[in-house]
Design a protein around this ligand. Structure first.
Ligand code: ADQ
Length: 735
């Protein structure tokens, strides 16, 4: 009988489900909630997975009657949807509160509108936890889970903690602000840690990803390299996926009879006027007021356009329960009335305003008819209206005026771009747009359409899922070296039966957790570690060596009384049979060249520290602001390269350090000396950083070499953390 493998699950998690439940005339009503995400997901390859969607159904517990939950669950399940039920209070504080009254304004640079309130934060944590439970109920560790947006930033880590091996993607649909804004958030650390639970973290544009990585570095102290952040248990990847639209649907809609009918009716209504459109959710980030004011100034300065143009403003009701949104609506409506009151005549209204959600046919008809689309957000993650307008302009051309602050501007460079805070630039763009020759309009549209037709919303979703699978594959490759249980048992067995045993251990990051301060002297060995080392030393037929980059004096102070072989400063000093001896290389002459250069840089680089060792000079920049460090380090390296050219002094990049030392001194040379001095039939070596790689390379094939952490390595095996090394050593000392 053939075994049927259960389908791998693909779970989408977003605040709202693609189906909304509401109560109309006492009865529950199920309606599709519009949105690009549902289209994107439905277009993903069907074969591989069983697809589920987890989210809030849009109705609060208080609105439900007994038995409703069961009914809703059953109905939604038929469409692959699983509801997370929320109380009114939770919706108020998690959604209206922390999501839309704290994160939204902060992430769109409206710091003064942000409310920091403990109730909001508590509800945000509580609801993210409820979502995590819902995910755990539906998915297992083989599932691919894709979490969406700012309402669920804690979710990736919450899911990771119960399903450590699952594939988790996170996509942020709004901007990620610069560190200078993000650092103001009281819960900044938890938010970053929450997102970092994901394997793949996606943003619309490169700058948002860059801001995220800079906050991760400054707040959590984690560096990233080419978009990879090495965490103790995983590598998280940060990448850019600019969301697209269902291009074909918009392109073809202009031939849909219902749309053709709408276009006709618009043509009849505005037969002698040029139509400018303004379409957004009613949100302060969209810059609607400034847009209206600029339009009023345009009318003031250009009376020749009176009666010849109309601005059609469509504002979709949004977050009507949040006070700042209610206020904004009043302000916009007053502005519209004032402008109409001032410029209207009996046969002309300069602004046609509607506060409603337009049916799709009417919306695309409006796009198709509009001569100009005025899209001027003050800040916008992407902005799909701009893309939809371009896609719909297939028959009659038109001009897109687009804010530089919208993520979509990168993909739409042929639009007339404006600074939304600069009325003069909006007015000038309107003048250019209203007089632009049709041929030029078409040329600009065609290049934009070519681009949008390639990276569609379907392609966006597929791309994201492919990259998620890829990032899992990269992790698995790194994992291939994880010390498996059987290899560990073999190691212990080989150790037990060996006639002579040599154990070579690095100190910082291998036997002792790295300390985060720039005072390395604080990482003294704890008593338990000293006891463990002593037990190892007392084992028969065993030689233990500690080789470190630390100065000889420190090593002597800590371990001087123990019967250990030691190497300090990566092998510049070696202690054997109780005596320290020095490598025969000359460094002093170079030190005299290097130190004055470093001292000059030190004065201009707050936070930097110079460490002088006998056979090395180290520039520590852990506590330097990362951007400054970047600038200083590159010019420092440039100068040092020049001075040390043709010498046998190497310049090495380490973990937030630059180290200058003679090439002949490294842990590889010391490992070879130890091997010669203590011929053994069991060799174990462990280390965590780039200096240990020379040691791993120098060891014979049969040695057990262990890298601590996930970085690339020549070692045969890998252990995740210091504590795993210590427990392995403990096991060796057990009788
Ligand atoms: P939004 O802030 O909602 O999205 P946007 O990208 O412009 O902004 O999407 C709005 C959607 O609503 C469009 O698909 C549009 O067709 C529709 N719409 C607008 N006005 C309408 C009306 N009056 N009637 C009917 N439909 C209307 C968030 C981020 C964006 C990001 C998207 C997607 O704020 O920056 O582009 O998510 O990631």
């Amino acid at each position: 009988m053939a075994l049927i493998k259960p389908k791998q699950k693909f779970v989408i998690v977003s605040n709202r489900l693609p189906v909304s439940v509401s109560r109309v005339n006492g009865k529950l009503e199920f309606k599709p909630s519009p949105g690009g995400l549902a289209t994107a997901v439905s277009s993903l390859d069907n074969n591989a997975e069983e697809r589920l969607w987890i989210g809030w159904p849009g109705i609060s517990n208080e609105e439900l009657k007994p038995g409703d939950k069961t009914l809703i669950k059953r109905k939604l399940r038929q469409q692959g949807c699983f509801p997370v039920f929320l109380d009114e209070e939770q919706v108020k504080n998690y959604y209206g509160g922390y999501s839309n009254d704290t994160i939204w304004p902060m992430f769109h640079y409206f710091q003064s509108l942000a409310q920091f309130n403990n109730e909001y934060w508590d509800a945000y944590k509580e609801v993210n936890q409820l979502f995590a439970e819902a995910v755990a109920d539906q998915a297992d560790e083989r599932a691919s889970i894709w979490v969406h947006d700012y309402q669920l930033m804690l979710l990736p880590q919450l899911v990771r903690s119960v399903m450590p091996r699952s594939s988790i993607g996170f996509f942020l649909h709004i901007p990620f602000p610069s560190y200078e804004i993000f650092r103001l958030m009281p819960n900044r650390r938890e938010l970053l840690e929450g997102i970092l639970g994901a394997d793949l973290i996606g943003f619309h544009v490169y700058d948002y990803g860059r801001h995220f990585m800079s906050s991760v570095l400054r707040i959590l102290g984690l560096e990233s390299s080419h978009g990879s952040i090495v965490l103790p248990d995983r590598i998280a990847t940060v990448d850019v996926f600019p969301i697209g639209i269902d291009y074909k649907k918009f392109k073809e809609s202009v031939r849909d009879p219902a749309v053709v009918k709408e276009i006709k009716s618009l043509n009849n209504h505005y037969n002698k006027q040029k139509v400018i459109i303004s379409v957004d959710r009613l949100d302060y980030s969209k810059g609607i007021r400034k847009r209206l004011e600029s339009y009023a100034t345009f009318l003031e300065q250009n009376p020749q356009y009176h009666k010849k143009i109309v601005l059609v403003v469509i504002a979709v009701p949004s977050r009507t329960e949040v006070e700042s949104y209610q206020l904004l609506r009043d302000q916009i409506e007053q502005t519209v009335s004032r402008i109409n009151g001032k410029y209207a005549s009996l046969d002309w209204m300069p602004i046609a305003y509607q506060f409603k959600n337009l049916p799709y046919e009417q919306l695309v008809a409006l796009y198709a008819r509009a001569d100009v689309a005025l899209v001027t957000p003050l800040r916008d993650g992407m902005n799909l209206v701009a893309k939809e307008y371009v896609a719909t302009k297939q028959e009659s051309p038109g001009v897109l005026i687009l804010s530089e602050m919208a993520g979509s501007v990168d993909e739409l460079p042929e639009a007339l771009s404006i600074n939304p805070n600069d009325s003069a630039s909006i007015i000038e763009a309107l003048e250019i747009a209203l007089t632009m020759p049709k041929r030029e309009q078409r040329q600009r549209l065609e290049s934009m359409q070519r681009r949008l037709s390639r990276y569609t919303v379907q392609r966006w979703a597929t791309d994201f899922m492919e990259q998620l699978a890829h990032s899992k594959k990269v992790q698995a490759e790194r994992r291939e070296k994880d010390l498996p249980e059987d290899a560990k048992l073999q190691l212990i067995q080989d150790f037990k039966k060996a006639k002579k045993r040599l154990i070579i251990l690095d100190y910082d990051g291998t036997m002792r957790e790295l300390v985060s301060s720039h005072k390395p002297a604080q990482a003294t060995p704890p008593a338990a570690l000293m006891q463990l080392l002593q037990k190892m030393i007392e084992m028969p037929k065993t030689k233990v060596a500690v080789i470190s980059g630390r100065p000889r004096e420190v090593m002597e102070k800590w371990f001087g009384r123990m019967d250990l072989a030691m190497a300090a400063e990566h092998g510049a000093w070696v202690k054997e049979s109780g005596e320290w001896s020095q490598a025969q290389v000359s460094f002093q002459k170079y030190k005299n060249l290097i130190l004055p250069i470093l001292e000059r840089y030190l004065e201009r680089t707050p936070g930097a520290v110079i460490e002088e060792k006998r056979f090395a000079v180290v520039w520590h920049y852990r506590n330097v602001a990362p951007e400054l460090a970047y600038v200083r380090n590159s010019s420092l390296r440039h100068e040092l390269n020049h001075v040390l050219e043709n010498s046998d002094i190497g310049i090495h990049n380490g973990h937030k350090i630059i180290e200058m030392k003679p090439r002949g001194i490294n842990k590889g040379v010391i490992a070879q000396e130890l091997l010669a001095m203590y011929p053994s039939d069991f060799i174990l070596a462990a280390g965590d950083d780039y200096t240990d790689e020379a040691m791993f390379e120098a060891l014979p094939e049969e040695a057990y070499s262990i890298k601590v952490g996930l970085g690339e390595t020549h070692a045969h095996f890998r252990l995740p953390r210091v504590k795993n090394v210590l427990s392995l050593l403990e096991e060796l000392t057990e009788k």
